[in-house]
Design a protein around this ligand. Structure first.
Ligand code: PMP
Ligand code: GLN
Length: 379
């Protein structure tokens, strides 16, 4: 059969988690917590499930949840979003990213992504008939080379996809980055898709530079956020997109035919929890900073070299002192022979550089991190 995605295999997250399970390895590959989400939130979910909230909620998301999202966006980013015209609830950030791409990219359009790029972007662009233009982030700090961006802009450029805090590197974009992006896209027919699912995981006193903070950029941006990351509930697949009214109209034309809506009882529960427990999100940067520090400290004395993680719940490590295997082979070996699963970086590149970096996920109980690092320190 003819494939519309001939170059796409099974996502590396599924491949590595499956391998971890097969070999009984500690799974620091796919990003998900192994601790539970807050008890009051689970209590609300079960309350609304038993309250028979079983039928289709509104296509755009329930008003109670969109209202809480608008309040959050105002409190964090100083932007008074219109909950009816600028906020849409989706089934995961994956859906929001897909919807935004299908809504804006036409055959022949070019979309700029920065490698290593999250693996759902390019297939969505390809399905829309667009062409993905890959620009590598600069090593060692994974910063954006804006002069290269300027050179690669063309009359066909329709969308630039950014991701801050950045998966897999843990880099975060600065205010200057945002200003440069605004300047480069000014007076051109270019939109921005800003993947901000790790918004509450910025460390060491840094702030998250959402496009929503930037009055000029937010006029031409889709900002995408995920409840899965913030509330330790990746399996619920609930997220949202904030974008101006004209873009929301186009976004919803796609959303209504991709999923139409998202699970009702979880939306009610999230609305209550956002209203009643705003401290959960406020405490998240410190919570994850401590996890990062625990992991870094536990890795002291190992032969891995750690690159600074300034955000997300990921840590890159260089295994060059241990092996010269290519990263995918090293990650497979580590899973099978050592018992710790990791994510190689090469699947996120069009042309992977010569490097010996893999990604570990540290959103785990301390006991899991202790057990994994004991094995890693022995290498
Ligand atoms: N973007 C990035 C950068 C991610 O790491 C993830 C996480 N899995 C997603 C999007 C998708 O988020 P969700 O699980 O809400 O679909
Ligand atoms: N975003 C998660 C990660 O980076 C995985 C998401 C998925 O498995 N689809 O590990």
């Amino acid at each position: 059969m003819r494939s519309k995605l001939p170059n796409t295999g099974t996502t590396i997250f599924t491949v590595m988690s499956r391998m971890a399970q097969e070999y009984g390895a500690i799974n620091l590959s796919q990003g998900f917590p192994d601790f539970d989400c807050p008890q009051p939130l689970r209590e609300r979910v079960s309350h609304y499930l038993n309250d028979r909230r079983n039928q289709y909620p509104p296509m755009t998301g329930i008003p109670e949840l969109r209202q809480q999202i608008a309040i959050k966006v105002r409190d964090y980013y100083g932007f008074a979003a219109d909950m009816d015209q600028e906020v849409t609830v989706t089934s995961g950030a994956t859906e929001a990213l897909f919807d935004a791409i299908q809504a804006t990219v036409a055959p022949g359009d070019e979309v700029i992504v920065f490698d290593p790029a999250y693996d759902s972007y390019e297939p969505a662009v390809t399905l829309a008939g667009g062409r993905t233009v890959h620009i590598p982030l600069q090593l060692p700090d994974f910063s954006i080379d804006w002069s290269q961006v300027k050179d690669r802009l063309s009359p066909r450029t329709r969308l630039i996809i950014i991701n801050t805090p950045h998966n897999p590197s843990g880099a975060v974009m600065s205010r200057e980055d945002m200003d440069t992006l605004a300047t480069l896209t000014r007076d051109r027919d270019i939109l921005v898709l800003s993947d901000e699912v790790y918004e509450h995981m910025v460390f060491d006193g840094g702030i998250h530079e959402s496009v929503l903070r930037h009055p000029e950029l937010r006029e031409r941006s889709f900002a995408v956020f995920s409840f899965g990351k913030t509330y330790h509930a990746t399996g619920w697949k609930l997220a949202y997109c904030v974008t101006p009214p004209a873009l929301t109209t186009e976004f919803r034309k796609v959303h209504q035919f991709v999923t139409f809506t998202s699970p009702s009882f979880i939306q009610y529960a999230l609305a209550d929890f956002m209203r009643d427990c705003p401290e959960h999100a406020r405490e998240l940067p410190l919570f994850y900073q401590e996890k990062r520090d625990t992991f870094v400290q536990l890795m002291t004395g190992s032969r891995f070299q750690l690159t600074p993680s300034r955000g997300t719940y990921f840590q890159l490590v260089d295994y060059g002192n241990i092996s010269r295997l290519p990263d995918a082979e090293f990650a497979n070996w580590l899973t099978r022979e050592v018992g710790v699963a990791a994510i190689p970086l090469s699947p996120f590149y069009e042309k992977a550089p010569e490097s010996t970096l893999i990604r570990f996920c540290f959103c785990k109980d301390d006991s899991t991190l202790q057990a994994a690092t004991k094995l890693l320190r022995a290498l």
